[in-house]
Design a protein around this ligand. Sequence first.
Ligand SMILES: [Zn+2]
Ligand SMILES: [Zn+2]
Length: 407
Amino acid sequence: MITLNDLKEQSKACTCGNKHIDVVIEKVVISQNALTETIIYLSEKKFQHVTVVADSTTYQVAGEKITSLLKESTIPHQVVVIQPNDQGDVVADEVSLIEAMLGIPQETDVVIAVGAGTIHDIARFSSYKMGKPFISVPTAPSVDGFNSMGAPVVIKGMKTTYQMQTPIALFADLSILQAAPKEMIAAGFGDMIGKYTSLADWRFSHLVNGEPYCPFSARLTREALKECENHVNEIAQGDRKGIRILIEALIQSGYAMLIVGHSSPASGGEHHVSHFWEMKFLQQQKPQVLHGAKVGVSSQVILDLYKKRFKELVASKQQLEALPAGKTDELLKVLENRDEILTVLASLPESSYIGDQLGKLGGAVKPLDLGIDEQLVIESVKNAHKIRSRYTMLKFWNEHTGTHQHA
Ligand SMILES: [Zn+2]
Ligand SMILES: [Zn+2]
């Protein structure tokens, strides 16, 4: 994993021409006793009042220990345990955001997010809106973005990512992460394996839609993805080495998003499909499934589209030219950049390969494993691009061909 110092230096020295966000993270600790180090950091920083944001599960696995350490060090503190909704899920929605903000007292000068993705989204959003810094204490290696700026939250049923703030420090305790449920570890791997299509979509968006692209950021994501792939067996075993590799990869993917100030390196068509499923589940009041579990599955759906019908379309100049006129600019760009787009597509793995990898971790492989039927898959592939303004091959496909049959 890239060190914080190297990240700061290389990001400053990057010649891609885009503005990079200043990395304000002061400390990243991945160790066996990271909770103790959290308290040392708080003391060094002379924080006068701390609020721990957790849910009932993450309070048990790490929050309790942190509060007892805070007591020992006589640091005044408060705990906010976010309550689940009627389906038993803690969701980063307007209700939870207000719940957190009501629970964080004015005198608090730092918020600690103790939990996985959702608790981080809630703590990141509420601390930022209250003008307070926050510290990240992940309790499971289940998702990337602990250390990026984006807070994906659901407001009135719509999932939207707001750029808020990075933590000022991150403390990942390996013994806690190792004890995380197997499906959360599989989900973390799923979120990483989805980067194949995220990166391909980012490149495509750059070529066709002029989106700023940073090779350094893309390299950070690609390296993190490769590390996970190369160590899939250790990660599946859940041993210390495997879990360290996974959390490092998730953090490095967070860095890649952080320096460019948006999630393009880590989120493409596969994430849009996953968000579509999530919103559908909320509408239908079905219990949520882990973000990374959805991404692992949706990335196979997207790969099937990209590597088959989309590739056939790009490979044929005639077929491209026969597309109905309309958004001609994009079409011209695709024609202009056909060779590179085909190279990008050729570098993507087959969906069955992703399925095999996820199978090794005992994670969900097919939509039905998540309770998602064929109907919803078709509907999501047809419509997922509408929930984000971001440009992807999925968006191009839907806007230009106007038809879709699930492969
Ligand atoms: Zn993700
Ligand atoms: Zn750059």
